[in-house]
Design a protein around this ligand. Structure first.
Ligand code: MRU
Length: 352
């Protein structure tokens, strides 16, 4: 399995995604501030992986705390959560994970004779559980989505929604993996995904690791390939899905969705339930991260653009629900109208 992130007795270990595909190196974070830094600098990235990393960061912060009493620990716990919540704004999994750690903290702290050590042990257990649940969710949603994949032919994906973006197996790439395991003969077309190149560097690396046939294309080539009939389906991940079914994902996803509709190609979004944000009514309300201009102006340390030219670098865009053929989750496959479909599965889970 691809070791995206891991809780160890020394700290949280991350496969450094900024150095892939040419170097497989690891970063060991031994403080919550280091975990926050690893998320901000995209050593680890991808919505589900960010969420579990933050949960592990919270657990690490409490484990390493010097607080002698719960009263001393409480304000420190707030600082830890706030620091990790300030890393990246778009992926809702980050806030979902921190909220879950807060809930566990409150329950632990309310127990009679609870100690700081006891709280730390409980939070470590919670973060590790979230890690296991993430892999299980990816496997289940992968199986749910496999039957939507063509028996054979090209499938386009954008960014990296694979094992590297989760604790393992992946969401969009989980669907592709499951379909291949079931005997579908797929060829993956990976958009390079400017400016951070998650497709060219990460999706290509992890699919080749698994022996799945893969071709990288520049982002501006997708339309032409669709017109030639090479793409039978599109499957992407998501950073946040609003209650109306609008999907925030890596910048460029919206363009791919519009192209898919024009060419009559199904456009699927694969995401765990932790990516669904029922508290956000509409995609326009999703905060979009603006990243540093240097990601666009430079490549591998070399300047590409003239000095002082204006630069746009939104890291995500919103694809309106009308372009989404289906949303594949571990709870089932959702179809329009999404508000009804989402609340049906939400209510079913509450009753279960
Ligand atoms: C399963 S990951 C889904 C998304 O998080 C992914 O497609 C994406 O947009 C990642 O963005 P990134 O900026 O690399 O964190």
């Amino acid at each position: 399995m691809i070791p995206t992130l891991e809780w160890t007795s020394e700290g949280v270990r991350f496969l450094d995604q900024t150095r892939l595909p040419l170097e497989e190196t690891y970063v060991l974070a031994t403080s919550y501030q280091q975990v926050a830094d690893v998320i901000t600098t995209m050593v680890v990235r991808g919505a589900p992986a960010i969420g579990v990393s933050a949960a592990m960061g919270v657990a690490l912060g409490v484990e390493r705390s010097r607080a002698a009493t719960l009263a001393e620990l409480k304000p420190e716990f707030e600082t830890i959560c706030d620091t990790l919540a300030a890393t990246r704004p778009t992926a809702v999994n980050l806030f979902w994970a921190i909220a879950r750690m807060r809930e566990r903290f409150t329950k632990l702290a309310a127990q009679l004779e609870m100690t700081v050590k006891g709280v730390a042990a409980g939070l470590i257990e919670e973060a590790r559980l979230m890690y296991d649940e993430d892999i299980a969710a990816c496997r289940t949603l992968g199986a749910n989505g496999a039957e939507l994949m063509p028996e054979a032919g090209g499938v386009l994906t954008h960014c990296n929604a694979g094992a590297l973006a989760t604790c393992g197996y992946g969401t969009a790439l989980g669907v592709i993996r499951a379909a291949v395991e079931q005997g579908h003969s797929l060829h993956v077309y990976a958009d390079e995904t400017r400016p951070f190149l998650q497709g060219a560097r990460l999706t290509a690396w992890e699919l080749m690791h698994d022996g799945i046939p893969t071709t990288v294309l520049c982002d501006n080539m997708a339309a032409s390939l669709m017109r030639q009939g090479k793409i039978k389906a599109v499957v992407v991940g998501a950073d946040r899905i609003a209650a109306n079914g609008d999907v925030a994902n890596k910048i460029g996803t919206y363009g791919v969705a519009v192209l898919a509709k024009e060419h009559g190609i199904p456009f699927y979004v694969a995401a765990p339930w932790s990516t669904i944000d029922l508290a956000t009514a509409h995609g326009d309300d999703i905060p979009i991260e603006q990243r540093a201009a240097i990601e666009v102006t430079h490549h591998a340390g070399k300047q590409l653009t003239p000095h002082n030219v204006g630069i746009e670098n939104p890291a995500f865009d919103v694809t309106p629900a009308k372009y989404v053929t289906a949303i594949i989750t571990e709870r089932g496959v959702l179809r329009a109208p999404y508000p009804e479909s989402l609340s049906e599965l939400e209510n079913a889970a509450v009753q279960a």
